[in-house]
Design a protein around this ligand. Sequence first.
Ligand code: G3I
Length: 340
Amino acid sequence: DGQFRNAFTNNFLVGAAAKTEQLSSGSLDAAILSGQFNSLTAEYQMKPDIIAPAEGQYNWTAADELMAFAENNGLQLRGHTLLWHRTAPNWMLSGSPAEVKTKLQTYVTDVVTRYKGRIYAWDVVNEVITDDASLGDSYRRSNWWTASGGNADYIDWAFEAARAADPDCKLYINDYSTEFDDKRDRLITVVQDLLARNIPVDGIGHQMHISVSMPAAQVFRAVDAIDNQFMGLEQHITELDISVYSDPASCFADMTGCQTDYGDAIPDTVLRDQALLYRELFNGFTARSSLSSVTVWGISDAESWLADWPVTRTNAPLLWDGDRNAKSALQAILDSSFTP
Ligand code: G3I
């Protein structure tokens, strides 16, 4: 009945991440995705480790199926992601910087060309900003950094190849923890440098993997800070989920001190807080004109990466529950008079 996507105007897109295997016809996930959303992100199957497992060998099957599902169901597809250190096949990273540059340019050109005109935005690079300020600058010392000769030239190469392959596609730099000032400031420094050198960055993606204890105001500060810094830059919320746990930093650093697994007894008060936070976030997102799309990182609580991260425990971060019933979080977004 399109209740979710029809709740928004001005072409504001609401998306979900999905895996090809979730989309077999008749599946509940396929029904929710095609019935409620208007944007789709490949949770993993449009990354290089899947598309190009070996040099000269492309495996388009899963990506094509996701593309077809989007086009057959009136969804727009958000490309994720051309370059990410965690899904960089070794063959792409081996050789001299000149050889790596050629491999990178060929891969980006081939993928972006295949879906030219059919993908509204690509996360050209994902998670290239360091979490460690002690390194002296803002770039992550990733395998891509090393393969490029100990610098960030690979970011330039990727954006320029993507722009050349599909001039109409919006090109994004995507990262997590942009809701924390230090990380966001480093991202701003990098984007300032890229734009100053005419590298074609169109937008910033905020992953926003947050906890139920995260104040909405802190999330909005991330979006507003970018607006204040870069007039005209687009923004997307790209991987929103709201963990029902409120963990100390140690839990993310070395899995110590993590909140105890609720099991199948997540407190109603926590789910109520989650619903109220989702409501506040969507109200604030739709009020910000530079934000044109929000993607949640999964369709239902039955399949969230948070079941295994940072520790294995029961989580319920999304808008539909494990039985694919709409949660109070969705009702809270849709109905301002609804009391979770
Ligand atoms: O489905 C296959 C299964 O058939 C196979 O037996 C198994 C072993 O090879 O792999 C399974 O695929 C896994 C897939 O998740 C589905 O579960 C892949 O190995 C695994 O790499 C993949 O992990 C994804 C990860 O990115 C790496 O691509 C997660 O689903 C996905 O949630 C995660 O998403 C990332 C964003 O891209 C970037 N931001 C952080 C976010 C969470 O890590």
